[in-house]
Write a protein that binds this ligand. Structure first.
Ligand SMILES: *Cc1c(COP(=O)(O)O)cnc(C)c1O
Length: 384
C-alpha cells in the first residue's frame, strides 16, 4: 500500500483536493470582457474567489482581461495589494468600527451608502493625508445596501462638499440588481431607470462620477442595457452560470473552474439489511459493497445531500447512501469492483460524466454559488 500512486493531475494522491483550472477562469473572464465591451470588467473575487482561491483567481482574471477587482471586505482587498496587484480595487462592505486608513493608503476604492460612512472615510483620508476614492451606492430596489431615493440627495450633497474640500473623490455611482438572474423580470428595467435617476441627481449635486456600474454576472450576460461603464461579474468569473434561467455556462463561453476530487478511504462487503451511517437513513437491500468518502459537511458537502447527492465513482454516477456526516459519507456500489484509494469526483465541469455544482445546488435546495464558496479550509486547492 505504500507504493506511490499518481492522481488525475499527475501529482501524488492526496485524500481530497479541489482542482482549480486557472485557464477556465482566464477564458471565462475573456468571454465576459467581450460581452461587456465597451464597458470595463471588474472581476469579483470576494469570499476567497468564491472558494476558488483569491490570488490565483485574481491573477487569472486579470490575464483574461479584467481591469478591476471587487471584494466585499477590507482584508480581501488588502490581500490583493499585499500580493502586489495594482489594478483598481473596489471594496464595498466596511462597518463603523473598521478603520479605512489602510485601504486609503493602499489606493483601494471604498463604497459609501450613508453620510456616516462618508464621514468615516473622510476622517481616515485626513489622517492618511490622501484623497479617498469613493463609489456612492444607491438602493435602486434591491433593498440591501445603498441609500434610498429619499436619502440619496443628502448623500450626494455631503460627497460634493467633501470633494470640494479635496478629501474624497466621488469616483463612482453604483447599485445592484435584485432579479438579474430572471431575464425579463420587470424590476430589471425599473432598477435601470432608478439608477439613471440617481446618476442624474449626482450630476445635479455637482458630482461627475467617472464610472457608473450596476451589472452582476447575470446582467453582464443577458442585460446589456445594464452595462454602463463597468460590469461586476462574480460567479461567472469561475465559469458558472448565475442561474438556470440565464442558461448553461457553455452558452456564454464559460467553463466551470473547480473540480472537487476525493478518494475512497475504505471499501467493504456488507450483508443485506445493513443500516448505513447515522440514524440508518439508508439500509442495504442486498449483499453489497460500501465505500467511504472522506468528505463531509465540515468541508462544505451539504447535509441536505443525505440520500440524494451524486458523485462519479468507479466509472458510474452513485448516490450518497445515508446521512452526510461531518467528515465522511458512504456510497453503495453494489457488486462493482472498487478499491480503497479509487478516485471520487463530486463535481466539476461535467464533461467526464461527473455531476456539476449546479446539480449539487438542486439537490441541496440552494445555488451553485453556495456549493463552491462553502468548500472548506480542509480541502486544498490545487492549481493547474
Ligand atoms: C457578489 C456581488 C457581485 C457579483 O455577483 P454575481 O452574481 O456573483 O455576479 C456584484 N456586486 C455586488 C455588490 C456583489 O455583492
Amino acid at each position: 500500500m505504500s507504493e506511490q500512486r499518481t492522481d488525475a493531475l499527475g501529482g501524488p494522491v492526496t485524500r481530497t483536493y479541489a482542482a482549480i483550472e486557472l485557464d477556465a477562469v482566464r477564458d471565462s473572464v475573456t468571454a465576459l470582457v467581450n460581452r461587456a465591451g465597451p464597458a470595463a470588467t471588474m472581476a469579483v473575487v470576494k469570499a476567497d474567489g468564491y472558494g476558488h482561491g483569491l490570488l490565483p483567481c485574481a491573477r487569472a482574471a486579470l490575464d483574461g482581461g479584467a481591469s478591476w477587482l471587487g471584494t466585499a471586505f477590507l482584508e480581501e482587498a488588502l490581500a490583493l495589494r499585499a500580493a502586489g496587484i495594482t489594478v483598481p480595487v473596489l471594496c464595498w462592505l466596511i462597518t463603523p468600527d473598521e478603520q479605512a486608513d489602510a485601504a486609503i493608503a493602499a489606493d483601494i476604492d471604498l463604497s459609501a451608502s450613508a453620510p456616516w460612512a462618508l464621514r468615516q472615510i473622510a476622517a481616515a483620508a485626513r489622517r492618511v493625508g490622501r484623497r479617498a476614492r469613493v463609489h456612492l451606492k444607491a438602493d435602486t430596489g434591491l433593498g440591501r445596501a445603498g441609500a434610498t431615493p429619499a436619502d440619496w440627495p443628502d448623500l450626494c450633497d455631503d460627497a460634493a462638499r467633501l470633494q470640494a474640500e479635496g478629501v474624497i473623490e466621488a469616483y463612482g455611482v453604483w447599485s445592484h440588481l435584485a432579479f438579474a438572474d430572471a431575464p425579463g423580470h420587470p424590476t430589471v428595467q425599473t432598477q435601470i431607470g432608478a439608477f439613471r435617476d440617481a446618476v442624474d441627481l449626482a450630476d445635479k449635486a455637482g458630482l461627475t462620477p467617472t464610472v457608473r456600474h450596476l451589472a452582476n454576472s447575470a446582467a453582464t450576460l443577458v442585460s446589456p442595457q445594464a452595462h454602463f461603464d463597468l460590469v461586476r461579474p462574480g460567479v461567472s468569473v469561475y465559469g458558472l452560470s448565475p442561474g438556470p434561467e440565464v442558461g448553461p455556462p457553455a452558452r456564454f463561453g464559460l467553463r466551470p473552474a473547480m473540480t472537487l476530487v476525493s478518494h475512497a478511504a475504505l471499501v467493504k462487503r456488507v450483508p443485506a439489511g445493513t443500516g448505513v451511517s447515522y440514524a440508518h437513513r439508508y439500509t442495504t437491500d442486498q449483499p453489497t459493497t460500501l465505500a467511504l468518502v472522506p468528505l463531509g459537511y465540515a468541508d462544505g458537502i451539504p447535509r441536505a445531500a443525505t440520500n440524494r447527492g451524486e458523485v462519479l465513482f468507479g466509472g458510474s454516477r452513485r448516490r450518497i447512501a445515508g446521512t452526510v456526516c461531518m467528515d465522511q459519507f458512504v456510497l453503495d456500489v453494489g457488486d462493482d469492483q472498487v478499491s480503497p484509494g479509487d478516485e471520487v469526483i463530486l463535481f466539476g465541469p461535467g464533461d467526464r460524466g461527473e455531476p456539476t455544482a449546479d446539480d449539487w445546488a438542486v439537490v441541496a435546495g440552494t445555488i451553485n454559488y453556495e456549493i463552491v464558496s462553502r468548500i472548506g479550509a480542509r480541502v486544498p486547492r490545487v492549481y493547474r
